[in-house]
Design a protein around this ligand. Structure first.
Ligand SMILES: [Mg+2]
Length: 171
């Protein structure tokens, strides 16, 4: 069985929806999705650093459309690990564990890898929205489309637009 490494934020969890929701609540601004294209999250949402350290931000993040059913099937075909650099936001550790239990209850705790740098991660396929994670990986790499990476050339990585495309490429 091939080992498949899957990211959380911007792949399973729709963090942009959370950024928009928090920004609207705090500043009364409602950004179009297009406004965030080509910008890092912290450029697109000026208080993003505060939001990701607010209790509930990760726990209440919406699930990316279509991901639950595709993940259920991937979990039968591959050795699946959810890998999140959760140490970047230490508050998120327990919330991410709870979120996975709530939304992807078919995954066991052994499959949840909340870590620091992903450079130590090995596997056959990695699905992530950040080049900094994919560039170090010694296997097939899929770049999940998010506003911050939309204007960048995927290079050696295969760009997938949504979970329907993940399904087409991996199932
Ligand atoms: Mg991510």
């Amino acid at each position: 069985m091939e080992r498949l490494i899957i990211d959380m934020d911007g792949v399973l969890a729709d963090v942009y929806s959370q950024f928009r929701k928090y920004e609207k609540a705090e500043l009364g601004i409602e950004q179009e999705t297009a406004a965030a294209i080509g910008k890092a999250e912290r450029e697109a949402f000026k208080n993003a650093g505060t939001y990701v350290n607010t209790p509930g931000f990760f726990l209440e993040a919406p699930v990316m459309p279509g991901s639950v059913e595709v993940m259920r099937r991937l979990n039968r075909k591959y050795e699946v690990y959810i890998v999140s650099a959760a140490m970047e936001f230490p508050l998120s550790l327990y919330e991410k564990y709870q979120w996975l239990q709530q939304n992807f209850s078919f995954l066991g705790w052994e499959q949840m890898v909340l870590c620091g740098s992903k450079k130590v991660i090995h596997g056959d396929i990695m699905l992530d929205d950040h080049f900094k994670n994919l560039d170090h990986f010694n296997g097939r790499t899929l770049l999940y489309a998010q506003p911050h990476n939309m204007t960048k050339d995927p290079g050696k990585h295969v760009r997938v637009a949504d979970w329907q495309e993940v399904e087409q490429v991996l199932l």
